[in-house]
Design a binder for this molecule. Structure first.
Ligand code: BF8
Length: 628
């Protein structure tokens, strides 16, 4: 039979097949029906004004094609990319803004359901920001930290707070090229301005501002979000949990938290264990309340509470198709609107919760941090009420795997020497000695345009076989988790001898789950700490490290890739290049960026070539550092 695999995850594939048999369409079928526009796909379509859209195609398009205004292909491709960066940065940083406002409201007592959970982390952050903390009431320090972060959204001149957290040499490169962000919102607004009709037309100049905007994401919004989430809800340390569709229970209320902002999800986790809530579930005939996560919210509550994950982006429809999800809350980002339509075929209630995001026909219960607990209770009750409506329909496919997750910067530091001698020395030593060949950040989305999660799985196994330590985030973590890869046993089965030795000595898996997509910021601070520790590169550039987003689809992924490139990390993305139409733009993002920042951004659809390119970067960096 000519069956083509749609997901590389076995359970997912079985649910897709069940769907096909029951005439239920998912993103996988839609992706097949709707091929990408070959002009837009490569960045050659300009629609920033209404004289167009202009398609810059044809023989010698690079030199000869012009839009009505005269815009060249490199200008158009660069502008399109910069707009993606701006959107991605806006998403992470608007999420971060809400975290800052929640911290402020918690500190002033306005959001009475939230407290400072991790005072040590608060002090650490206050220390970095130069805010006095010793002998002061915790909430006063928290308030000052929140207000200082709010300046990252408002100061007109100067630099974002966390620019100084990067190694000196990395900062020097940024200053030389004028790409230290002033404030997050300003760089996003300027990116939109510069890319509107008739403004900035020099591709290199445009892309430099793209990098500046991306840095405002990585060292701004994303890093702020990570730190405040740790302060409010605890800095992650390893926890055991489970992944894949088998996390749903036949005899309990299944409530899934899906999306990105962790505040409401945290409150739901808290409320779901209240005796009154459990009694309520029982009064509806269920044995209890079972929480699960989806996408990045899953990563947040998995890392901090061991809440199991049903997986990443392409699993959201499939989860509903098990027939076991009584309610699914969503907030912002990476929510497929398809789930609302799909849910009508089952009993599942989709609940939108953000004032920023509604889906027609979904139930809307708006989150308000001042009434967080009350709203969480309302949602849990709604899920319990709906348990009684559960029908037999659904695939009922339930496979699951154990996972270990929760490797924060702080924990990785701690595991290498304990509380008093915490350092990155052992990791640097292992890299210097060649037991670890290098480090790869395996991140980004899973994508129905390829056998979904398949490239993640391929790269994960091949890289660790080659003694490359993996740090994973976002749906990259979900892809590994739902494949059973996030366990220490993975080292025994697949890791090369050097990496295996290190993993066994410390007792860690060869793939370290670092968190959600905003937690890619943890990779930045880990690399900075490694540079500071000495023995390797004294800046992020030149480290034997590579970032890979093999199945990316979101604009956020582009922003992430670009802040890694600007910080000195060579980055490899899968799929067609969104600037593939322009040789000039491609050259700037690889060769020119490498020369200036020691980072680069490649697009490579072939998984084997991705692997070869990553290993080549790692080996060249080792050679330059004179490591064997
Ligand atoms: O921010 S990896 S599909 S869920 S964009 Fe979205 Fe991509 Fe998943 Fe989290 Ni990140």
């Amino acid at each position: 039979d000519k069956h083509i695999m749609k997901s590389a995850n076995e359970a997912a594939e079985r649910i897709i097949e069940w769907g096909e048999a029951h005439k239920i369409e998912t993103c996988f079928e839609r992706a097949e029906k709707l091929k990408p526009c070959p002009i837009g796909e490569k960045g050659a379509c300009c629609k920033v004004c209404h004289m167009g859209p202009c398609r810059l195609v044809g023989k010698n398009a690079e030199e000869e094609a012009r839009g009505v205004c005269g815009a060249t292909l490199p200008t158009v491709a660069a502008r399109n990319l910069v707009r993606m960066i701006a959107a991605g940065t806006a998403a992470h940083s608007d999420h971060a803004r809400d975290m800052v406002l929640t911290l402020l409201a918690a500190a002033t007592g306005e959001a009475k359901d939230f407290q400072i959970t991790d005072v040590r982390k608060l002090y650490r952050v206050a220390g970095i920001l130069g805010i006095e903390f010793e002998g002061r009431p915790v909430n006063d320090v928290a308030k000052d930290v929140a207000l200082r972060f709010l300046e990252d959204y408002s100061r007109q001149k100067g630099e974002i707070n966390y620019a100084k957290r990067a190694p000196k040499k990395t900062q020097e490169r940024w200053r030389k090229w004028g790409i230290v962000p002033r404030n997050i919102d300003r760089e996003i607004a300027e990116a939109m301005h510069r890319t509107s009709v008739g403004v900035d037309h020099d591709p290199d100049h445009l892309l430099l501002h793209g990098l500046k905007t991306a840095i405002a994401d990585g060292w701004g919004g994303s890093m702020i979000s990570t730190d405040i989430t740790d302060i409010l809800f605890g800095t992650p340390r390893p926890v055991k949990a489970e992944a894949s569709f088998g996390i749903f229970k036949e005899d309990e209320v299944n409530l899934v938290v899906h999306g990105h902002e962790p505040s409401l999800a945290e409150m739901i986790v808290d409320v779901a264990s209240e005796p009154e809530m459990i009694a309520y579930a029982k009064s509806k005939g269920a044995k209890g309340i079972n929480l699960g996560g989806m996408c990045c919210t899953a990563n947040e509550v998995l890392m901090r509470h061991g809440i199991p994950t049903a997986g990443g982006f392409t699993n959201q429809e499939l989860g509903i198709m098990t027939g076991l999800v009584d309610a699914l809350t969503v907030d912002v980002q990476c929510i497929m609107p398809a789930i609302a339509e799909l849910s009508k075929k089952f009993h599942t209630k989709i609940i939108t919760t953000s004032e920023k995001a509604k889906i027609p026909s979904a139930v809307h219960i708006e989150y308000d941090e001042h009434r967080a607990r009350e709203i969480a209770r309302e949602i849990v009750k709604l899920a319990c009420d709906n348990y009684q409506n559960r029908k037999t329909e659904g695939s009922h496919i339930t496979d699951k795997f154990p996972v270990v997750a929760g490797f924060s910067h702080e924990y990785i530091e701690y595991m290498q020497g304990g509380r008093w001698r915490a350092s990155f020395r052992p990791l640097n030593d292992a890299i210097m000695a060649g037991r670890i060949r290098g480090v790869v950040g395996l991140a980004g989305c899973d994508n129905p345009r390829v056998p979904s999660t398949g490239i993640h799985k391929y790269l994960a196994t091949e890289l660790i076989k080659n003694d490359v330590l993996i740090v994973s985030t976002g749906c990259g973590s979900a892809a590994c988790g739902t494949a059973g890869y996030l366990t220490p046993e993975m080292a025994l089965e697949h890791a090369g001898p050097g990496l295996r030795e290190v993993c066994e000595a410390i007792g860690i898996p060869p793939i370290l789950h670092l968190g959600a997509c905003v937690d890619n910021s943890r990779i930045l601070t880990i690399l900075s700490a490694m540079a500071e520790e000495g023995g390797l590169s004294d800046e992020i550039g030149g480290m034997p490290g590579v970032g890979i987003a093999p199945e990316w689809m979101s604009e956020k992924a582009i922003a992430i890739g670009c802040y890694f490139a600007a910080s000195g990390v060579p980055v490899i993305f899968g799929g067609e290049s969104p600037v593939g139409s322009s040789e000039e733009v491609t050259r700037i993002m690889t060769e020119v960026w490498y020369e200036r920042f020691k980072g680069a951004m490649h697009f490579e659809p072939d998984p084997e070539k991705m692997l070869a390119l990553a290993l080549d970067y790692i080996d060249k960096a080792r050679e330059a550092l004179k490591l064997k």
